[in-house]
Ligand binder design. Structure first.
Ligand SMILES: Cc1ncc(COP(=O)(O)O)c(C=O)c1O
Length: 419
């Protein structure tokens, strides 16, 4: 019989197999200094385009003050136990009321982490007779939630309404037989390429099909919509989103998350969300910190305005310089280039070491072979000088990519990878 660990000794997995070449640099890099537009990477100053601190709150003096005071007052333990047992407080409730009001829903419920919360919410919303129809490009937390589902599930092609309809058709026929209902899941903003989910078109299909819509708006919350209430507000269909989700890990620059829906649905989820029933309540310092951040989202529209000044300057600058930024319709700014994985590694190294630009890099199998995706996350704490410097650096690296510099530089890497 095999030792369970045999496979681990032999195969480190699709990402793990690159660890010896990539760790500490391309993966698990250590960005140092306070969270800001410029930080240090391996002792050098870099412009950071890879942190989802959209509204620049992470290091805002008022936020830092409230966080510090809350930590002093409550420590990191309080309250102890799950919400249901001994971890419930007035402030948890207050935050839920304020979050619900902000996203125009009747009620909200806090989640300790977005990821587990999403998994658990999908799990709680469906029973084995129900059918899930979800966008094929969904975030891992949606996919993992769907994995728990004992019944049928269908994917629809990314943001493709024809494919969604086809699958709704199949799901409706199946639901007639099983006696279940249909849950459609989409993201508000797809975090890799920055496209908004076609929520308006999805909810239009409610006229024809009977389903409920669950939206993961991790990247839309705080950044889109007139008041920052997210992608539903942006597209004018917030009321049609049956269950709304957002995390505190992006615009709110913290930890935690929430779901919002009609009171009766939240009341049900409170008693059925296993990630909350069987886990310690969100720490008080995070609750107090979230109340402060939410107040700032409500009362300081300049945060979102500053963010969009940078987003517009960066995205129009990239387009003017002839870069392909795909179909982004959010702050997430992808730049598509052509090249192999070793070329991509040499290019990113050049960007970081010689141009002081730190952004995330995505390659095959996440995107098609031969493509390189550099993902930039603009924030309210960036400056127009950061944008200018970045555009100039991008011009330079594109020249070097096209004149074969990275091919030459990457030859050693390629050899090591057996390419
Ligand atoms: C689309 C999306 N959903 C959910 C999550 C998970 O949220 P959290 O970091 O709060 O676990 C993320 C990442 O933060 C995300 O990008």
């Amino acid at each position: 019989m095999k030792d369970l660990f045999d496979k681990i000794y032999k195969d480190k997995g699709p990402l793990g197999k690159w660890a010896s070449q990539a760790e500490g640099y391309f993966v698990f890099p250590k960005l140092e200094g306070e969270i800001a537009n410029r930080m240090k990477f391996r002792g050098k100053d870099v412009i950071t385009w890879s942190i989802n601190d959209y509204l620049g709150l992470a290091n805002h003096p008022e936020v830092r003050k409230v966080d510090a005071e809350a930590a002093k007052q409550h420590g990191s333990a309080y309250p102890m136990g799950a919400r249901m047992m001994s971890g419930h407080t007035y402030l948890h409730e207050q935050l839920e009321k304020e979050l619900a009001a902000f996203v125009n829903k009747e009620a909200a419920y806090l989640l300790n982490f977005g990821y587990q919360g999403m998994v658990s919410t999908v799990d709680a919303l469906v029973s084995k007779n129900d059918i899930i129809v979800y966008d094929v490009d969904s975030h891992a937390c949606i996919i993992d939630g769907v994995r728990l589902h004992m019944g049928k599930r269908f994917t629809f092609k990314h943001n493709d309404m024809e494919s969604l309809e086809k699958n709704l058709d199949r799901a409706s026929k199946m639901a007639e037989q099983t006696g279940g209902g249909i849950l459609v899941i989409s993201e508000g903003v797809f975090g890799m390429r920055g496209e908004q989910g076609k929520l308006k078109e999805i909810v239009a299909l409610k006229k024809k099909y009977n389903f409920r819509l669950f939206v993961d708006d991790a990247h839309g919350f705080g950044t889109l919509g007139k008041t920052g209430a997210g992608t539903g507000e942006e597209q004018g269909i917030q009321d049609e989103i049956d269950v709304y989700f957002a995390t505190f890990a992006k615009s709110m620059a913290s930890t935690g998350a929430f779901i919002a829906a009609d009171q009766e649905i939240i009341d049900y989820l409170k008693y059925n969300l296993r990630s909350q029933m069987f886990a310690k309540s969100l720490q008080m310092q995070l609750v107090v910190g979230a109340l402060k951040r939410l107040e700032m989202l409500r009362t300081m529209p300049e945060l979102k305005e500053n963010l969009w000044t940078i987003v517009n300057a960066l995205q129009s600058g990239l387009k003017d310089h002839g870069f392909d930024i795909g179909n982004t319709s959010s702050c997430v700014t992808p730049v598509y280039l052509k090249g192999s994985i070793p070329e991509a590694m040499a290019l990113v190294k050049d960007l970081r070491e010689n141009y002081g630009i730190f952004c995330s890099i995505v390659v095959y199998p996440v995107i098609p072979k031969g493509m390189i995706l550099l993902r930039l996350i603009p924030t309210a704490s960036h400056t127009l000088e950061d944008v200018e410097e970045t555009l100039n650096a991008f011009d330079a690296i594109r020249d070097r990519l096209e004149n074969g510099t990275y091919k030459r530089l990457s030859a050693a890497v390629s050899a090591a990878m057996g390419d």
